[in-house]
Design a protein around this ligand. Structure first.
Ligand SMILES: [Zn+2]
Length: 489
């Protein structure tokens, strides 16, 4: 029986698979033990805006977008009034008449209400708002290389997170999750323009240029008080918190009146667990594994991106990474058997790895999803090896081999309508490819290449060719046969 349950979970095992269901009407609530992943499979894949992987162009640190966001949560904890300022430089090389912004909240019917926009010495009007894409018209246009501060006002009405559905943004009876909750300035590159991808049926589609954030959260005076988990450590202000974070992919927060907080140091990083009562042992284990993973990845790859990392027990399936914070499904807590051979441990380690392969080195998750997911999946193996070589054997047999993954890593998120084939190709075939590179290169060159890749593309959006160039340069072994095999058209 236990084996059968485990087998079912193996089939469903995912990590970081968000699903965007803007156009989907709320369905009936699923029983809490319903399979989480396959619920998303009937959604049609959206058409991608761009089909070529992005060229690698990054603003220097000084030119990073700067976000100043002040958000006030109302007494019902369902509505948020937000004033957002984005200071940015026009990177497009020509006058900018229309600025696109990613508004993921608008995928949920009624969740995003536009209240207005303004800028100094410039008229700003709403040109269009369709699915996750907002266009604002700038009059006069913003000259190439010129900077401006765009001020947006909007209201969010949080959508319900339905039981068993892999929605992240919204509320349940005990938590609110604010992920991708503010309009985001997309990545720009000269070849493809603004990288603002529509959601697919599977996988993440956001491309996040590193930015600086100053955030103020104003919270209602409820009792017991709301406990806030966020992408950075906050300073208390009257009625809320203030946050400052630099070079982050995004700023995400979650709040609950029920969270129990425990913290532990991993070197200079404070890891904090935000978990519900009655799952203390599992929460402790999630914290322990995350701390061990931060320590191990710091030693093996390089320093983590920032001084804090929050683990949030989530009322939705699977896990999801953000900068400085990840969600870990409630199911993993209740299903925890005390062993590292558990989803709680496995997915905590996977999401922790995203602090390197997502937060430090970004990538185009829509068009090159293998790049961060294969690295994080393979990082699970590296972590288990470091604990105990026997666990490495378990990991292959549990995570990869039953699925005999194959196919080309050129796949984008738009090539799949169901999660399991997507995971098999992108995560698992990707992990096989990395294992093959390691075997061909040897451990020394392989780990040197990982560190060089991290160092060279830190704070940027890396591409497949960036990755492959670094690996080929790190060894005298010709990797071309492996590469051609993995990326055959
Ligand atoms: Zn992942």
């Amino acid at each position: 029986m236990r084996k059968a349950v485990l087998a079912l979970f193996v089939i469903l095992l995912a990590a970081c698979q968000p699903v965007s269901l803007a156009t989907m009407p709320p369905g009936p609530a699923l029983p809490t033990d319903a399979p989480p992943v396959e619920e998303t499979t009937s959604l049609p894949a959206a058409t991608p805006v761009t089909l070529q992987p992005p060229a690698n162009t990054e603003p220097a640190g000084a030119e990073r977008p700067q976000y100043h966001i002040s958000a006030e949560l109302d007494d019902s904890q369902r509505n948020l009034l937000v004033v957002e300022e984005i200071h940015f430089t026009n990177p497009s090389g020509s006058a900018l008449e229309s600025l696109p912004l990613a508004v993921e909240a608008n995928r949920y019917p009624g969740a995003f209400e536009w209240l207005g926009a303004s800028a100094e010495q410039r008229k700003v009007t709403l040109e269009s708002l369709d699915a996750n894409q907002l266009l604002v018209r700038l009059s006069p246009a913003l000259a190439a290389g010129a900077a401006m501060t765009l001020r947006l006002e909007f209201r969010l009405q949080l959508p319900p997170i339905l039981t068993g559905q892999p929605h992240i943004f919204g509320y349940t009876s005990r938590q609110i999750n604010l992920a991708d909750w503010y309009p985001i300035l997309p990545q720009f590159n000269p070849v493809d323009g603004w990288l603002l991808h529509p959601p697919g049926a599977v996988g993440e589609h956001g491309v996040y240029p590193a930015a600086n954030f100053d955030i103020e959260l104003h919270l209602p005076p409820v009792q017991p008080a709301l406990v806030v988990a966020a992408s950075a450590a906050g300073d208390p202000i009257p009625g809320g918190y203030r946050y400052h974070v630099e070079g982050a992919r995004n700023f995400v927060w979650s709040a609950s009146q029920e969270y129990i907080v425990s913290t532990q140091q991993a070197g200079d990083t404070t890891v904090a667990s935000y978990a519900y009562p009655a799952t203390e042992l599992a929460a402790r284990a999630a914290l322990d594994y995350t701390v061990q993973a931060v320590n191990y990845f710091s030693k093996q790859f390089g320093a983590p991106p920032r001084g804090s990392l929050s683990i949030v027990q989530a009322d939705f399936p699977d896990g999801m990474e953000y900068d400085g914070l990840f969600f870990l499904s409630d199911r993993f807590y209740y299903g925890f058997d005390g062993s590292p051979r558990s989803y709680l441990a496995l997915i905590a380690v996977h999401e922790t790895a995203h602090q390197w392969w997502y937060a430090r080195v970004g990538s185009d998750q829509a068009l090159e999803p293998w790049l961060d997911e294969a690295l994080c999946t393979y990082s699970e193996l590296l972590f288990y090896e470091s604990l105990n070589p026997e666990l490495a054997g378990w990991w292959w047999g549990f995570r990869v081999e039953p699925y005999a993954p194959d196919g080309s890593l050129t796949a984008t998120i738009y090539d799949f309508s169901q999660f399991t084939p997507y995971r098999n190709r992108v995560y698992l075939r990707g992990a096989l490819f990395l294992g093959a590179l390691r075997q061909a290169m040897g451990d020394g060159a392989f780990f040197d290449a990982l560190r060089a890749y991290l160092e060279r593309f830190d704070g940027q959006i890396a591409t497949r060719s960036d990755f492959l160039d670094v690996f080929q340069q790190a060894t005298s072994v010709d990797l071309s046969t492996l590469i051609v095999d993995a990326f055959k058209p």
